[in-house]
Design a protein around this ligand. Structure first.
Ligand code: URP
Ligand code: ZN
Ligand code: ZN
Length: 468
């Protein structure tokens, strides 16, 4: 069935222009000048016409960092399932996610991948892929990396944090990066000095400093920056490209800029929570309010926000992902008497496109950069371009019609994420997703949900396009 999307401004990573789109089946057949004869004849021949007048037409959002139904501890699993999380993503204009298959210490890579693929199978409303997070780097897991890349999992997350769970030492990291680099895969790093952080955490609790704010105070920016620098050094020696996940601080950003200025293939993402929420206003609250804002790395002072927006403008920050990892209040309360067992993470998957569009409204980012950081560059870095991240003939028809005039308020009463509170409660935003297509199927039609679990397919990804 062909669909004509007419009357909108098509936005790409290089700007906006009036254009009409023809969708044929699962892909985009043509991008047309609205004044052309072809555009006029398409109006007569298309089975369905979507009027995008007054709206932006943008490539579906690509969120390369989510944690759906992640068992963070025996007591706490992140509250969005593959079904609820991907539906919420679609509501917010995200049509591709990359989640994680997580290998913990003592587990086999093959087993965790099979298990994760089975969990997602038939559940997702939008297309999805996986990174492999490697919490046990050894001869077996290093040996398995080639097979993993061959089956379309072309990026690996390593951890300098979480000793006793996912942590790897520098020797393990170097070997894993050498292997990833040799395979053309991307090494992703959770960059915090976990050994030092665990000492600070235990010292704090011993003193009786058990409130949520101590989660942040015991994970100082200096220990994020140190880890980013060390990761960059290891990547350079390993001759591997490097992607820093969930970057939060000015100090860490300086290290990314320094490596990039030296010509290294180092990239970084930040997340909406680090652009809007702060240590002093949100984390430094007692009880449940503070616990809701515990994530790692932690929220930083509000004075950081301007620096991160600038980083996005000048491409020292290449991507905005969410690190979506929500927990309901009952799970967050595990840390009520001691911040340490609080499951880390919060929920933003549905709101990423809106929240970063507020940067356009506020003059922090261009429209092109909005699309670039939320769709095009993540698709390129993670081996999905030009199938994803662009509106061009042959690309998947993952299309968002975005109404820049609608004003709405974020919060638990209206969101579709499966979490019983919202760290975005009461935030007023301008601009809203109106209609969403995923591989040519209408998932959201004028804000009526038409998606279904099982429409989303596993994306076997190619190698990263890191020379960007
Ligand atoms: O607090 C966070 N970021 N939770 C998710 C796990 C991770 O390290 O990304
Ligand atoms: Zn992480
Ligand atoms: Zn994460």
């Amino acid at each position: 069935m062909s669909i004509l999307i007419k009357g909108g401004q098509v936005v790409s990573s290089s700007g906006a222009t009036p254009a009409d789109l023809i969708v044929d089946g699962e892909t985009i057949a043509a991008v047309l000048d609205p004044a052309s004869d072809l555009a006029h004849s398409a109006a007569a021949s298309s089975a369905k016409i979507i009027d995008a007048s007054g709206c932006y037409v943008v490539p579906g959002g690509v969120d390369v960092h989510t944690h759906l139904q992640l068992p963070m501890s025996p007591e706490a699993t992140s509250s969005d399932s593959f079904e609820s999380g991907t539906a919420a993503a679609a509501w917010g204009g995200t049509t591709t996610i990359i989640d994680f298959a997580g290998q913990m210490q003592g587990f086999q890579v093959r087993d965790v991948i099979e298990e994760r693929l089975a969990e997602a199978q038939g559940q997702c409303a939008i297309d999805y892929g996986f990174h492999l997070s490697m919490g046990d780097i050894n001869e077996d897991s290093l040996g398995e990396m080639k097979n993993v890349v061959d089956e379309g999992i072309s990026s690996f997350k390593f951890f300098m944090a979480y000793p006793g769970a996912n942590y790897s030492d520098d020797g393990q990291l170097l070997q894993a990066m050498q292997r990833a680099g040799g395979l053309g895969a991307l090494s992703m790093m959770h960059a915090e000095n976990g050994i030092a952080i665990d000492v600070l955490r235990d010292q704090a609790v011993k003193r009786g400093d058990i409130d949520p704010v101590w989660h942040g105070r015991t994970r100082p920016a200096r220990l994020e920056a140190e880890a980013v620098h060390r990761a960059g050094a290891l990547a350079e020696v390993a001759e591997a490209p490097l992607y820093i996940v969930h970057l939060t601080s000015v100090e860490a950003l300086e290290q990314v800029a320094w490596a990039r200025d030296a010509g290294q293939n180092v990239f970084a993402e930040t997340c909406p929570q680090y652009l809007y929420l702060s240590f002093e206003e949100h984390l430094d609250q007692t009880g449940q309010a503070g616990l809701r804002h515990i994530c790692s790395p932690p929220l930083r002072p509000a004075s950081t926000h301007d620096h991160l927006w600038k980083g996005l403008r000048i491409n020292d920050l290449a991507v905005v992902s969410t690190d979506h990892c929500p927990f309901c209040d009952a799970e967050k309360r595990l840390g009520i008497d001691d911040f340490r067992p609080t499951p880390n993470g919060l929920g933003s998957l549905e709101h990423r496109m809106d929240l970063i569009y507020q940067g356009v409204v506020a003059g922090e980012l261009s429209l092109a950069r909005w699309v670039d950081t939320c769709s095009t560059t993540p698709a390129r870095l993670f081996g999905m371009y030009p199938r994803k991240g662009v509106l061009a003939p042959g690309a998947d028809a993952d299309i968002v019609i975005y109404d820049p005039a609608v004003q709405h308020t974020l919060g638990v009463a209206t969101h579709h994420m499966n979490v019983d509170h919202s760290v975005w409660e009461g935030m007023e935003v301008t601009g809203q997703v109106r209609t969403v297509l995923s591989r040519g199927s209408v998932v959201l039609d004028n804000r009526v949900y038409q998606g279904r679990a099982g429409h989303g397919q596993f994306l076997a990804r190619s190698l990263s396009d890191v020379l960007i």
